[in-house]
Design a protein around this ligand. Structure first.
Ligand SMILES: [Zn+2]
Length: 285
């Protein structure tokens, strides 16, 4: 809590209106940074003088800078942006990979459901749109894949970016949501939602096990209350990457105390598989 006027925090002292010694700390106006007046303040000679006069018109103010950060609203892309990055004439490395594993019909269904996009930001890169439960487009995450292995391209640098960066929208306020969240409106409360870290894995799992709704956090730290909030009331199974189990398990337990119904799977913990692996590494090898 901040106040309009507070005692000057600097060592500067003035003449005390009571004892006339130079031991007087004035009140300062926190907004203009000026001293208030010559009589409102406190004498440092607490026992010998003890003068202390507070401004009569003081009041609480909210720090304008930190407040501005708290009230920033997310920026949304226009709905038609999805179509701009839907060009089927362009090659998508990720889709080429999907077609080497699954049949055309299954891949097409996944592309349509998740609105998978293609961008020339890097040749053949994929756009994973984050569309929330109100069908607002929060952002488009761009990632590059190897079309033969389906693995992310991380050399010579990690190929991750955003559509708002590609479009140079400098004031864009990115507030992420779960990848696939828009699909929550197509299921009922008795359906099961599965959460995995990687967007690619959510797509692939949706082809393998279409009876569940597959969503992705996009990062380890994306498994948090603000992101999971729309899933409250649904049966959720979380599939953390190998070696992330403890972290997601602890968070699940905390969230379940707040009304969530999250079961954290330990499937990968009990299998001899490399750290960082996920369900896909188990199913496709
Ligand atoms: Zn004094």
């Amino acid at each position: 809590m901040h106040y309009k006027f507070s005692l000057d925090p600097t060592p500067r002292k003035f003449i005390c209106p009571n004892c006339n010694k130079k031991t007087f700390v004035k009140f300062i106006d926190n907004e203009s940074k000026n001293y208030l007046n010559a009589i409102d303040g406190r004498c440092d000679r607490e026992s010998k003088c003890g003068y202390f006069k507070k401004p009569s018109n003081n009041y609480a103010i909210t720090n304008s800078n930190s407040n501005a950060l708290n009230v920033l609203h997310p920026t949304y892309h226009n709905k038609d942006i999805v179509l701009q990055f839907y060009d089927t004439m362009q090659q998508s490395n990720f889709i080429i990979y999907l077609l080497s594993v699954f049949d055309l019909k299954s891949v097409q269904k996944a592309i349509i459901r998740y609105h998978l996009g293609i961008t020339n930001y890097w040749k053949g890169a994929t756009v994973f749109w984050q569309i929330d439960d109100k069908n607002k487009i929060r952002g488009g995450k761009i990632m590059q894949y190897n079309c033969n292995t389906g693995n992310r391209v991380k050399q010579p640098f990690n190929h991750v970016s955003w559509i708002h960066k590609q479009l140079k929208l400098n004031n864009f306020v990115l507030q992420q949501c779960l990848f696939g969240l828009h699909l929550i409106n197509k299921i009922s409360k008795s359906d099961t939602i599965c959460i995995i870290e990687s967007e690619k894995s959510a797509i692939i799992m949706s082809i393998f096990i279409p009876d569940f709704l597959w969503l992705a956090t996009g990062s380890k730290s994306g498994f948090k209350e603000s992101m999971l909030q729309p899933l409250k009331g649904y049966k959720v199974i979380a599939y953390p990457d190998k070696s992330e189990h403890q972290n997601w398990q602890d968070k699940s337990q905390l969230l379940n105390k707040r009304g969530f119904k999250i079961q954290c799977s330990s499937l990968l913990e009990n299998i001899d598989i490399e750290d960082g692996s996920d369900l896909i590494d188990l199913l496709i090898s």
